[in-house]
Design a protein around this ligand. Sequence first.
Ligand code: ADP
Ligand code: ZN
Length: 816
Amino acid sequence: MTSENLSCLRIAVALPIKETFTYAVPDILAPRAKIGCRVLVPFNNRKVNGYILEKIVRDNQPGLKEIWDVIDPEPMFPRQMIPFFEWMAKYYLHPIGQVIQSALPGGLNEKIFKTAILTEKGMEALGRLPSHYENSKLLSWIKENPGKRLSSPLSKLEPFRKKGWVIIENKVRKRRAGPLMRKFVSIKERAHLQALLREKSDSLKAKNEVAFLKRVSSSKKVLLNDLTSEFTNGLYLANKWMKKGMLESSTEAVYRNPANEILSPAPVPVKLYAQQETSLTHIRKCIDKGTFSTSLLFGVTGSGKTEVYFHAVEHTLNSGRQAILMAPEIALAGYMEGIFRSRLGNRVAIYHSGLSQGERYDQWMRIARGDADLVIGARSALFAPLPRLGLIIVDEEHDSAYKQDSNPRYQARDAAVVRAKMEKALVILGSGTPSVQSFQNSVMGRYQLLKMPERIEKRPLPEVKIINMKPPEGKRAVKGILSPELKKAIDLNLKAGNQTLLFLNRRGFHRLYICRSCGKPVNCPNCDVALTHHLKDDQLICHYCGFRSQTNMKCPSCGYSGLRPYGFGTEKLEQDIEKFFPEARVARMDTDSTSRKGQAFKILKRFSAHEIDILVGTQMITKGYDFPLVTLVGVIAADLSLGFPDFRAGERTFQILSQVAGRAGRGTQRGRVIVQTFNPDHYAISATNEHDFHGFFEKEIGLREQLGYPPFSHLAFLRLKGNSNKKTSEAAHYLARNIKGILGNWPKRGKEMMVLGPVEGTLSRLKGKYRWQILIKSKNPSILQHLLNEVENRSKSFLKSSGVHLVMDMDPYQMS
Ligand code: ADP
Ligand code: ZN
C-alpha cells in the first residue's frame, strides 16, 4: 500500500472507552503512521494518546478528524499482537486502549504544551514596530525561540494569531522514560594519531596526554564518562583533540544493564537424563511443526525442568523464532536470568515491574526491534513485543501470582495460551504441582502431559512427617508455636551443620476461625468455603452466598464450643526461634523484611553462602531456589491456608506444602519435612505425605464438579466500593436485581448461570472504602461476558450518581 491511497486509521485511544475510532491522516504524516505506533489525536476537544491498530483504505470521508501527530519513529509492538490485545480487552472487560497502555512500559504519556512560530508577515511587523514596545519584545522572543514553551498567557498572542503574524502549535514534552543517551569519543584520524604518538610532538603538553590518547585508541569508542573519571583533565583533553580534528564525539543510545547479581548458576550439564530427553523429543517436534500446542511439563521439584526449558529455548532460537520465559515472581525471574544469560549472553532481555521506567523502556524497544531473542520476566513479560514469537514457557504455572489484581485483571498463564494460539507458538506450562485446571486440561486431551517423576540422580524425595497438633481427647492444646518433634529436628540439623527453612503461611487474613479441638476451619454449609470473620458485628459470613453465623456457635464438625481466632506472624516465630536456638544464625524473609529493593536477593545470597542457619519466612521462601544444604523444612501451621475463604483453599494448601517440601534435600543428603497441622486427615495435607498428586487431584476434581466450581464453570466477581456503606449496599442490591432481571429474560441461557450475593466484603473499610460483592457462576464464559457488558451499560449512570465504583473480575483469584 502506498501512502497516497491511505486515508484512514483505526485507533484505540488510551481512555476508558471500549470502541475504537477512525481518523484521517494528513499526507505529511502518512509515511510515519505505522501500525503499532502511538499517535496524538483530538478527542472531545482534548488531545489524547492513541495506538494505530489498522490502516483502512477508504475514500476521503468529509468530517473525519485528522490525527495530530505520530509520536513514535518506530512501532511499539508488532501487528500480530493486535488480535491478542483485542481478546484481552473483551475477555477481561477492559477498554482496549487501556489494555495496550498498561502493556507498554510506563512513563510514556506525553504532556502537551503550546509553542509559536513567527510568520513572514510577523517578521515584517517586527521590523516596523518600535523595539521598546511590549508587542515587539514578545514577537522577538518568538523569533529567537521557535518551538519553545510559551510563558506568557495565550490570550496575549491571540491578536497576533488573528493578524497572521504567528502560528501557534501544540508540542509534546520530552517523555520521562526514553532511551539513555551517552556521549562517546573515538579517533577520527587513526594513522595521524599514531604518527603523532611516535613523534612525541610538542603539542602533547599535559603530562598524561599520551596516556589519554592511548586510552582512547584502545577501543573503537570510549564512553566520555569513563574518560573523565579516569583522567581528571579528561574533558579538557577530549575537547582539545576534537578541536584539532583528531578525535570525534558521538551521542548514542545505550542500554542500562538491569542484570541482577547472579546466584552462581549451576554448570551446564554434560548430558540430559532420560526423562528430560523424552520431554524434549516431544517439545522439539512441536517446535519443528510450528503450530500451536500446549504441553504440561509435570516434573517434581528437582527433576530438572530448567534444563528442559533451556533446550526448548535453544531449539526455538535455532529455528529462527523467539521465546518468552515467565516466572511467578521478580526474584525468580532474576534467578532464571542468571542461568540463561550465562549461556545465551545478550540475546536475553529481562522485563518486569521491578525495573525502573527507563530500564523497562530500553528493554521494550530492544525487544520490539528484534534485538533480543529470549525475554525473561514475571507476569508482564507476556506482552513482550517479540516479532517472531515461537515459544512461551510458564514456570510454576500453578502460581496465583500470574493473576493480576489490578486492571486489566488478566491471568498471564491463561492469556499466554491464547497469545500462543494466535501466533502459532508452543506453550510449556511447567510445575511440580500442576493447577487443577491445567491438569484437567491434560486429562481432557487439550494439553499434552509430559511427566518427569524422578529427581535428578534419583535423589529420593524428602521424607514428610505430619505432626498432629490436635490435643488428645480431654487434653488442652499444645502451648507455643513449635511441637517438640520440630524443635528436636531443628536442633539436630543445626548440630549437623545443615540449614533449615521454616515456613509460615500468613497471607491476608489475621483472624481465621479454626476449631481448636478438631482443627477444621468453619465452612459454609452451601459453598464449602471457609467462613470469614467480620469484626464489626462479630459474625462469621460466607463470602460467596452471604450465609451468616454467630462466632459463639458450636463447631459444625465436632460439636466443640469455644471457637477462637487463630494465627501469629513470622516475626513472632523468628523471636521464638532465636530464643530456643541462641547460637543459630537466624533470618526472616517476608514482605516486611524485604520491602526495600534488593533486600530479598541479599537474604537469599547470604543463605546460599551459608551465612544463615535458619531462614524463617512466608511464601517467598517456597519458590524454586536451589539450596543444597537445606535438609530440614518445617511447616509451622499447614491449616492456615485451608482456612482461606476460597474454593481453591485445598488446592493451594497442597501446592504450598509440596513446594515447601521440595526445598528439602536438593543436595546429596536426603531431606526431611515436618508439617504441623490440626487436620492430619484432610486430603490436601495427607496427600503431601506420599507426594501423591493424583490422590489429591481425584478428590479435588470430584468436589469441584459437585459444587460447580472451575474448571467446571467460569466465575465473575463483581466488587463495589464506596465511601458510604448505605450507598454501596444499595448499589450492590440494585446491581444484583438488575443481573437477575436480565437473566430472567434469557429463559434458556439464564438457567446456566447462578448469582450469589450481594454480600458485604470482609475488609469492609479497607482504605476507608466500604465493599460489597456479587459472585456469578456460568458454564459459558462468552455468555458471562455478554451479561457483564449489559450490566455495566445499564448501571453506569446509577453507579456514577451514587459515587460507587464497580470492579469486574473475570476468573477471579481473590474473592474477599
Ligand atoms: P526443577 O526446576 O525441576 O525443580 P532444576 O531444574 O532446578 O529442577 O534441577 C535441579 C538440579 O539438577 C539443578 O541443580 C540442575 O543444575 C541439575 N540438573 C538438571 N539437569 C541435569 C542433568 N542433565 N545433569 C546434571 N545435573 C542436572
Ligand atoms: Zn456460602
